[in-house]
Design a binder for this molecule. Sequence first.
Ligand code: NAD
Length: 496
Amino acid sequence: MTDRISHWIDGKPFSGTPARTGEVFDPATGQVRAHVDFAGDAEVEAAVAAAKAALPGWRGTSLAGRTRVLFAFRELLSARKHELAKIITSEHGKVESDAAGEIARAIENVEFACGAAQLLKGGFSENASTGVDVYSIAQPLGVVGVISPFNFPAMVPLWFVPNALACGNTVVLKPSEKDPSAAVFIAELFAEAGLPAGALNVLHGDKVAVDGLLTHADVKAISFVGSTPIARYVYETGTRHGKRVQALGGAKNHMVVLPDADLDLAADAAVSAGFGSAGERCMAVSVVVAVDPIGDELVRKITQRMSVLRVGDGRDPESEMGPLVTKAHHARVSSYVDAGVGEGASLVVDGRGIEVAGDGFWLGPTLFDHVRPSMSIYTDEIFGPVLSVARAASYDEALELINANPYGNGTAIFTGDGAAARKFQNEVEVGMVGVNVPIPVPVGYYSFGGWKDSLFGDSHAYGPEGFHFFTRTKVVTSRWPDRSHAGVNLGFPRNS
Ligand code: NAD
């Protein structure tokens, strides 16, 4: 008997009539650990109706009242982070320290949302015209949908949910069906923190649930994170149905290493950013661009570090890299290793056939060298522990390679030369840039977002752009004729 994971609607578990369910695996053992209900039209309707019913009350809750809930949620999340990390590891497979890191970044976003009272201040212009004042107010959009990917089952929902709620919206969250339990845990904590029933609902499922939200007249906005083809689809479908949409897509992140870089630092960074979370991060480094003449030495240093990387069950504190999320994903990533060999890249470290106890979805860290832009291991987002090294003759050639890539999520440059770093940050066509920092995920008070095929829409996620996305402004032009001049008794004492 496995667990059953139900929706969370109107402040409590909601079973509905699940015509379909999905299997949720423990990736380290390969066993099915739970079945998750998949929403059909009736469940979509119930979730959106609950969010709509909760809207007047939540929107009408004072800023102080909303903020109190967010502060309480922050305390609960912090107190129970170990429990949440274990849930993440059991369904995603990442090692518990990685899961803890994800929660720490999530907490940053909650803390940012706790500043709602400051962030929602409007502007005011007294006497814009004689006796006329003009001011702006930021109001919630209404019911908003959040659709998240498998790779950060707690952090990505919390990129959006705290800010959406802080702004007075109510939310339907559709987490990934591969690791859905973290979202339910988050909803339970919000309820414990005092969030009214219906203000946050969790709807499980697949395309049916997503399409239900994208086309529902009562859903006013969609925040999506996932792969590029689905992000494009969500953006096009959502906007066609009159919604505000931000849809963050996939990535192919390059890390440039200039000849004057600290190669030990660069090799450490390449290994942690390439293989952390088994490469299942949208900000993972997947291509190291070694600028001549340091390629051979850098590959040697990376290889040395890979040889001591401990792959194992994420629950074991000794493990540094866990399994892939599902058998299907394992097969897909492994097929890219086969393709890379077939296309003529040099396979320096082969992760296929790694032996780890249990029937988990294991693939060891894999390194290719002399990867060329025409190869599928270069063109496609692999989303696994497969790192490619491409060689470039110069800085200009490295820059050209990155700017020709259709993705533009993150990038990094490793160098000892500040002027080179400044030139790179100015010239590179990528949304998030690291200078001697391999995974430049912005802190919670900036915003996260890529360029080109890595983001569809105008707003980046969380931070100030998150508040902007979840509100619409209204400008009031107001005149209050002073009738005292006309001899009218105003009924209250005047000083002047
Ligand atoms: P995915 O695109 O398969 O799924 C994302 C969400 O879309 C899930 O909730 C899923 O149920 C839903 N979905 C899947 N297929 C759908 C369809 N045909 N129609 C409608 N909805 C559908 O992505 P994933 O495999 O869960 O996550 C990995 C991807 O997410 C990678 O491409 C990664 O780069 C990307 N990602 C991007 C960022 C970013 O900030 N840019 C962050 C994290 C992950």
